[in-house]
Design a protein around this ligand. Structure first.
Ligand SMILES: Cc1cc2nc3c(=O)[nH]c(=O)nc-3n(C[C@H](O)[C@H](O)[C@H](O)COP(=O)(O)OP(=O)(O)OC[C@H]3O[C@@H](n4cnc5c(N)ncnc54)[C@H](O)[C@@H]3O)c2cc1C
Length: 463
């Protein structure tokens, strides 16, 4: 595109998981001019999408790295496809219990009901058989490292059969991944790219939206450094950090309208690692190309996810210091909140949520249980039993969400407070940190809202 447009009916800010779905669905109406604006560059190459490699290491052009107050780097995908272009490729639905909470929070059965949520997941993941627009497949036996194969045998003996797709539940299960020919499938490739021939769909890359301008409590335009783009409706899909940043800069310029967004909380899945050393002979025998990062998970009754990673993160992420293979223990249902705000220089300050004493006790109990699995006699010859340690530092899962939860900060269609025409459609909307990772659910929520908006339900008509 040579000349950036100055006007559109709908501007979508951010071409990540949610933005790409919204752009395709809203541009089905040929009379609606939809402009998708992305801060980063073009879509990744097939090599960059190889599932076993995450281009999120130091210097990667595929991410923007935010820093937390405790010094952790939190990368987010940048460029067409957003975080799905760089993520681990785990694509699991929320549990029924989490969906029930979303349906209750939204309190709008025409947007979210148990049936419409299940249908939307089916569109994305193909239901029980897999497939769907995101080409979702259950991880196969040959995707497992020797250690995870042995751990699965132990799980089968002690816990019984795995939970069958498509709904995760308490128990253990193989992960489902969004992949084709060994590469991640993004919503850019699945939704927007095939729609590019539509003359009413425009895409602008390399153009960060700085802020939103409103007039008389109605959205007026998206302000970029190549000019202002006037729109009747603006959908914020810049991800939990990106959307917060746009709103915070809007609050600096116009505190009367946006002031309430100057500070925002958010949820995260914090993680503790149980490390182990693989027996030398096994390590030599297993020197193969990197597989998927995370093939198998366990979900506990008390809201933890146990992640049986295939190996060391350094096998998957360039520039990361080699460490040891790990099993992660994650507090998925923690209610602790982090904080985002701008500092005096206008930079995002991100404070990760803490963990309550109860969360820590639960995580440590499961970490000790994982330690017992790793030292079980059935693991002899694979895991060195003297090497098992529980890491003290608590890491993040890169799953920040819920800064503008449906039913609290927005209505069921993501409308922000009383600012007419301004909606949020991305991970910011999730009303809780679900028992599974967010990717499938961010996509499902965007699919539902965009579908209802596109159909022009009463009170939700777009131009
Ligand atoms: C390294 C990593 C691994 C992950 N692994 C998994 C996993 O295996 N399973 C899982 O369920 N979840 C995973 N996630 C989380 C999941 O990918 C995200 O929750 C999901 O993709 C978020 O979608 P989104 O639409 O909210 O935002 P994103 O997909 O992040 O999209 C936001 C887009 O907006 C753009 N943008 C930001 N600011 C602006 C601006 N001012 N103007 C214009 N554009 C802007 C960004 O460049 C980006 O393209 C992972 C995330 C990361 C970062």
């Amino acid at each position: 595109m040579t000349q950036p447009p100055t006007r559109a009916d709908v501007v979508i800010v951010g071409a990540g998981t949610a933005g790409c779905i919204a752009a395709e669905i809203l541009s089905r109406d040929a009379g609606r001019r939809v402009l998708l604006i992305e801060a980063g560059g073009l879509a990744p190459t097939p090599e960059e999408l190889v599932l076993g490699r995450l281009p999120v290491g130091p210097g990667s052009p595929r991410v923007r790295v935010y820093r937390t107050t405790e010094g952790l780097a939190v990368p987010r995908g940048r460029g067409l496809g957003g975080s799905a272009a760089v993520n681990g490729g785990y694509f699991l639905r929320w549990h029924h219990r989490d969906v029930d909470a979303l349906v209750a929070a939204a309190d709008a059965p025409e947007v979210f009901s148990s049936a419409s949520v299940a249908d939307a997941y089916d569109v994305l993941d193909g239901g029980r058989c897999g497939g769907g627009s995101m080409s979702v497949h259950t991880v196969g036996d040959d995707d497992l490292s020797l250690a995870v194969t042995a751990l699965e045998s132990l799980l089968r003996t002690t816990q019984g059969s795995p939970v069958e797709p498509p709904w995760p539940d308490t128990g253990w299960m193989r992960v489902r991944t969004n992949r084709r020919d060994g590469a991640r499938v993004t919503t850019w490739a699945a939704f927007t790219e095939p729609a590019l021939r539509r003359p009413n769909l425009m895409v602008l890359t390399g153009t960060p939206v700085q802020r939103i301008r409103a007039r008389s409590n109605r959205v007026h335009s998206a302000v970029t450094d190549v000019g202002e783009i006037v729109a009747a409706d603006v959908l914020l899909c810049a991800g939990t950090f990106g959307t917060a940043e746009v709103l915070m800069h809007s609050a600096v310029a116009d505190p009367d309208v946006f002031g309430r967004y100057a500070t925002l909380g958010f949820g995260e899945h914090r993680e503790m690692f149980v490390r182990y050393r693989v027996d030398d002979e096994v390590r030599t025998a297993a020197a193969e190309p990197p597989r998927i990062v995370l093939p198998t998970v366990g979900h506990t009754d008390d809201g933890c996810e146990i992640r049986f990673y295939n190996g060391d993160f350094a096998d998957h992420i360039g520039g990361v210091q080699p460490s040891l293979p790990a099993v992660g223990v994650v507090a998925m249902t923690s209610t602790q909140r982090g904080v985002m705000r701008l500092d005096g220089a206008g930079r995002m300050r991100i404070e990760l949520p803490g963990l309550s004493a109860d969360d820590l006790v639960t995580m440590r109990r499961w970490a000790e249980g994982v330690g017992q699995m790793l030292t079980d006699t059935s693991m002899r010859g694979i895991v060195d039993p003297d090497s098992v340690t529980i890491d003290q530092p608590i890491a993040t899962s890169q799953h920040a969400c819920g800064s503008l939860p449906i039913g609290t900060a927005t209505d069921a269609l993501g409308t922000l407070g009383d600012i007419g025409g301004l909606r949020v459609l991305d991970g910011s909307l999730l009303p809780r940190s679900g028992r599974s990772g967010p990717h499938a659910t961010v996509a499902m929520v965007a699919l539902r809202i965009a579908t209802v908006l596109s159909a022009g339900a009463p009170g939700s008509r777009l131009p």
